[in-house]
Write a protein that binds this ligand. Structure first.
Ligand SMILES: [Zn+2]
Length: 435
């Protein structure tokens, strides 16, 4: 049994006299429970849990809504328990019987608990640690460090993020990006709205298509805010283009570079597949490993790869070769500085590509021609797309980390935590941020 008091030397300034403090005070100092004191402690469950009974100092209880002192009416019979951060592998719990007070403004309310949010079952400190862990590691790893189950963890995570984001309004939005993303192993879709100027995610909505994005414009933005949008970026689908043109008619629409490139690469791959289907056993051997090679960006291509692609021409796989050359040429478009020159280049490229006799490439050309006016603004608005791609990458990492989310809540929580427009751990009161 731990008894008596420990002698600790004080701060360097007061080295002369040693300050004896009791073990309860020691615990209190160690755990930094301000405004309340530890009155008792017990080790439970074969020493795996440390239960701390805490009591308030003399000064009165405060209202959780207005923070004014109120008259104490009674103490609740049932104690409340809060989970705190584990210490040396032991789970720590705070136990306290809260009091009911009479606030002049809000009537009878339960007093404010300084170490935890209203209704929360964990302390601020625990929330802060949990948010920081989840931002950098898998939820499973975080749950092991915090000694809770994964389901409890995602439940606490959701509540904390929802509480922190509650009442948050979108501000200063001028460059908007819209994209869809699959989750739940590709079975479900969510629509994501980015602020491309500040490079963060503003909104995550269930589903894809016009209905979902209309909900964002109608519910999240005021008419004034919609007018402030000067540029918008999205994929080539009619749903988002239609929505942007409807809600922000004055905004410049820029097709997302990432999606355009993806469509072209898909067309090239289609050519490869056609050849693959036609080829005999020997022919297939020469086509092996081509798929990833064709998808690779010119800047990451190695000498070997170029040799392999050039060999296509020699081996008689000229269709694939032609598609590859065309897609390589198209990449120059993104480097133009002048919109007019870029337009000329695009027209020339389309003409050449139309002569290629490659059906998938030809249908890509049709798309490009249709969206010519939405492609060219990229030359002057180039900033927009690169950011969305960067965010997309982060979201993909988040997605992989959880190996498939079952609910949108869990998925959007992680998006908001890692690339959201609110610094979520930064919303926890400063004195509880213990990292
Ligand atoms: Zn009040």
């Amino acid at each position: 049994m731990l008894m008596g008091s420990i002698h600790l030397s004080g701060s360097p300034q007061s080295l002369k006299k040693e300050v004896p403090i009791s073990i309860l005070k020691f615990i209190q100092k160690l755990l930094k429970i301000k405004g309340y004191r530890v009155v008792d402690f017990t080790f439970n469950n074969w020493c795996r849990e440390l239960w701390l009974e805490v009591k308030p100092h003399k000064n009165g209880a405060r209202c959780p809504k207005c923070n004014r002192r109120g008259k104490i009416i009674r103490t609740f019979d049932k104690p409340r328990v809060w989970r705190d951060v584990p210490v040396c592998g032991k789970e720590v719990f705070l136990v306290y019987r809260p009091r009911e007070i009479n606030c002049r403004k809000h009537g009878r309310v339960q007093e404010n608990i300084p170490w935890a949010a209203q209704h929360a079952r964990v302390t601020y400190r625990f929330e802060f640690l949990l948010l920081n862990y989840c931002a950098v590691m898998t939820q499973k790893a975080a749950s092991e460090l915090l000694k809770i189950s994964t389901s409890t963890l995602s439940d606490i995570l959701h509540r904390t993020i929802t509480r922190v984001r509650k009442g948050h309004r979108i501000r200063g939005l001028t460059h908007i990006g819209i994209d869809e993303i699959s989750y739940c192993k590709g079975r479900k879709y969510a629509t994501i709205v980015y602020d491309l100027k500040r490079s963060c995610v503003l909104w995550v909505g269930l589903g894809k298509g016009r209905e979902t994005i209309d909900r964002f414009f109608a519910e999240e933005l005021s008419a004034y805010q919609r007018k402030q949008i000067v540029a918008a970026s999205c994929d080539m689908g009619q749903a988002y283009i239609g929505a942007i043109e409807h809600w922000c008619p004055k905004a410049t629409l820029v097709l997302d570079r990432f999606h355009v490139v993806k469509a072209l690469k898909a067309a090239v791959d289609e050519v490869r597949k056609e050849q693959w289907r036609k080829a005999d056993k020997e022919g297939r051997a020469t086509l092996k490993g081509l798929r990833w090679l064709l998808y690779r960006h010119t800047s990451t291509r190695k000498d070997d790869d170029v040799q392999k692609l050039k060999a296509l021409y020699m081996n008689g796989n000229r269709r694939i070769y032609r598609a590859w050359v065309l897609s390589d040429e198209f990449e120059q478009f993104w480097d133009f500085k002048d919109q007019e020159e870029a337009g000329d280049f695009l027209d020339n490229w389309c003409q050449t590509a139309m002569k290629s006799r490659l059906e998938p490439i030809k249908s890509f050309v049709k798309t490009v021609r249709k969206h010519r006016n939405r492609l060219l603004p990229f030359i002057e608005n180039r900033l927009t797309n690169a950011i969305a791609e960067g965010l997309n990458r982060v979201i993909k990492i988040v997605k992989n980390r959880a190996s498939g989310f079952r609910s949108l809540d869990a998925f959007s929580d992680m998006i908001f935590l890692t690339v959201g427009d609110v610094d979520i751990p930064g919303q926890i009161p400063a004195r509880f941020r213990t990292l």
